[in-house]
Write a protein that binds this ligand. Sequence first.
Ligand SMILES: Cc1cc2nc3c(=O)[nH]c(=O)nc-3n(C[C@H](O)[C@H](O)[C@H](O)COP(=O)(O)OP(=O)(O)OC[C@H]3O[C@@H](n4cnc5c(N)ncnc54)[C@H](O)[C@@H]3O)c2cc1C
Length: 431
Amino acid sequence: MNSLSTDVLVCGGGCAGLAAALSSSRNGAKTLLIERAGFSGGIVTTVGLPYFDGLIDKPTGRFVVKGIALELLHRLGIAKPGAKSIDDLPPELVTKYWGSMWIPSVEHFKILADELILAQRDHLRVLYHSVACGVEVQDGRVAAVMIANKDGLTRVEARQVIDCTGDGDIAHWAGCPTVSTTPLMPLTMHFRIGNVVPVKETKEVAKKVLIAAHQEGRLANFYGPGLIFAFAKDECYVHATRVPADATNAADFTRAEIQGRQDAWTIFNEWKAKVPGFENSYYIMSGPYIGVRDTRRIVGLHVLTLQDLQQTTRHDDAVATGCWFLDVHPPEVSVDKPFTGSGYQPKPYDISYRTLIPQTVSNLLVAGRCHSASSEASASSRVTVTAMALGEAAGCAAALAIRSKDEVATLDGVKVREALSKQNAGPFTDA
Ligand SMILES: Cc1cc2nc3c(=O)[nH]c(=O)nc-3n(C[C@H](O)[C@H](O)[C@H](O)COP(=O)(O)OP(=O)(O)OC[C@H]3O[C@@H](n4cnc5c(N)ncnc54)[C@H](O)[C@@H]3O)c2cc1C
């Protein structure tokens, strides 16, 4: 078997993992990033989702996350480094009603991620097409992570490990307590349709066609109308598929991927045949992967709860700020409104460093949507920019632990916050 060693190993190069790897290496730690896809970016690039949610506090319009998320927007040519609010963003890329913004090209994001990683080459190495597939635990530490790729199996020894797999794979395999919500939110296969000429009734007819296809048994679950013209005036970006499944179960995940692809083609064929504006349209692409919203979350040293959000509980060791509404997608048909439940809009809230620390192992942090939060709270803290902020905090913490010969679990979160603050990152909970 092959072997590798590093100071910090980041598993998963998505929203959280990319930020974690950049942050760890920029703070001086020798870092290895592994990612199952052939590129970084997670949901943005593996699913094709352009939204940067969790950046803007909807009622005031101000940014509650800066750091690497803002740097990415700057490097994409969307925001100046000193941008502070929704008014500093191009109006064609924002929806004030949702406090939401998107990037115009997910392919640009892919190459930017590569550039940022390569710029850190003295401290950061990336292995794409590499899947974490097991862990060894000794004396309450992750002694090694097994990865599988074209080299075969490699045993990676790291002093500190950051789990950014979205599913808490490393924490779960290391025996750390995790939870998941019942029912899980559905998976969605995003896809794009080109050469659409939308007219006034396009969205309404598209919705009615989906309802009919469902009632007549041609389409299982869906969200309708579920189409947006985000990338171009004639390009329809579709998020209307909904597949209930457990993505931590290999067989169920495979079934969902197949079902999502089938549903996407059904929707395309129905719209092309029946919706004004779609007559000459063509199917551009989907995925490359079906999108997974919801699986395991660790039960960490602190669990972020709905009460924390409602009472805006302050934490001295806050390392990020969340602000998105409780965005719960039901695993069933929904029309007009994509989410279910209260849709509660919290004020900007603190996220404690301890929500990144799992129980039972001392050299592991878990960042991104699988950090420690109740099902209600994670419906807010799971979004892209919040995940980036949590990843950045985890990377900074791991590098601090390397420098101080500490373990991430015993590191003082206040020190992590102070270090982030010097890098224009960390919490911006107060105006
Ligand atoms: C369909 C869908 C729509 C969404 N809509 C929005 C939206 O509009 N706005 C918004 O802000 N958020 C949205 N979200 C939520 C948000 O995108 C995610 O919660 C966010 O991406 C979480 O970041 P993450 O880094 O934890 O996970 P991800 O960005 O998913 O990254 C996880 C990465 O880990 C990799 N990986 C997984 N397992 C392994 C392994 N064992 N070994 C190696 N690599 C591995 C994956 O390939 C992936 O790159 C949506 C999610 C989905 C699925």
